[in-house]
Design a binder for this molecule. Structure first.
Ligand code: NAD
Length: 292
């Protein structure tokens, strides 16, 4: 199956990025939102990003030519003839299920549904539709226009040709697709989450200071940032949430949130976005580790 028309659900952080890379790749894109103001905000971000890419010479066409392939709508019927619909709405299972059930009656029967969810089971979402064999996970990374990876997630029901089409679609977007199956966390979070949680446990046990653990992993392993800088960047409430889903799935200690993570979240110290987490960001260019 050849993909020509792409639908994107949600024009937030991830949806706007997915819409942008799809338009850059030459696809006609229709983005659905609940209100026009969210489309305006998302498209303004896309325009800023395209302008930067043009300045750096990393796009072949003008931003205007790429922007002309992007349409926004608040009417689901405008997605009827999409070959693939990539969903990036809020991480709420009931909202997503409701949306898929409605979409199922609107989008042409051979259209592929792809979810960008980070923590909800693709199998559970697919079961809300009458097209489980045409349902897949496409898990992009933030910021989508810059991050090269997409995890292509198949369930026990995914048809081979649907998997292949989605995999090729990922490549056309300029990403490196990796194959994975529908187990919570997929590949990246399965490995990354226990690593970040272990860093917190090491700190709790006095193995090293926040700064020393960060420097050790950065300089000793060549990682671009240490685990605490990464935790603050991802958001501690987001990490806490995924630990709960992963622990629920696997019942293994390595996925359980250490007490310190839980307390930072209860205190509302979510990391960069709240100005406080493992580090204090009063001076954003020069974060200082908090005494925890
Ligand atoms: N933020 C990340 O780093 C990240 C990374 C990978 C995957 N994800 C996943 O991507 C999805 C979206 O996350 P986000 O960070 O972009 O969230 P976000 O809050 O920035 O954007 C979600 C958007 O969905 C819109 N929306 C809500 N209900 C809708 C509906 N019924 N129809 C159309 N639009 C609707 C909201 O108005 C909002 O603009 C989630 O499933 C999340 O797990 C997020």
């Amino acid at each position: 199956m050849e993909i020509k028309k792409v639908g994107v659900l949600g024009c937030g952080l991830m949806g706007s990025g997915i819409a942008q890379v799809s338009a850059i790749a030459g696809f006609e894109v229709t983005v659905l939102e609940v209100e026009q103001k969210f489309l305006d905000k998302g498209f303004a971000g896309i325009e800023r990003s395209l302008a930067k890419f043009a300045e750096k010479g990393t796009i072949k066409e003008t931003p205007q030519a790429i922007r002309a392939r992007l349409n926004g709508t608040t009417n689901m019927r405008d997605l009827a003839d999409c070959d693939i619909v990539v969903e990036a709405v809020i991480e709420n299972i009931d909202e997503k299920k409701k949306m898929y059930a409605a979409l199922d009656d609107v989008v042409k029967p051979d259209g592929i549904f792809a979810s960008n969810t980070s923590s909800i089971s693709i199998t559970e979402l697919m079961a809300a539709t009458k097209r489980p064999h045409r349902f897949i996970g496409l898990h992009f990374f933030n910021p989508v226009p810059l991050m090269k990876l997409v995890e292509v997630v198949r369930t026990i029901a995914t048809a081979d040709d649907v998997f292949q089409t989605a995999y090729e679609f990922g490549k056309k977007l300029g990403k490196v697709p990796v194959r994975t199956s529908d187990k919570t966390g997929f590949i990246v979070n399965r490995l990354l989450v226990p690593y970040m949680l272990d860093a917190i446990r090491a700190y709790e046990e006095g193995v090293g200071s926040i700064e020393d653990i960060d420097n050790a992993m950065k300089l000793g392993c060549g990682y671009p940032m240490g685990p605490f800088t990464l935790l603050d960047f991802v958001g501690l409430e987001t990490t806490y949430y995924i630990t709960q889903v992963m622990y629920d799935e696997f019942k293994e200690r390595r996925f359980a949130a250490p007490p310190l993570l839980k307390r930072l979240v209860m205190a509302g110290w979510y990391g960069r976005k709240t100005g406080k987490g493992f580090y204090d960001y009063s001076d954003p260019a020069n974060p200082k580790p908090n005494k925890l």
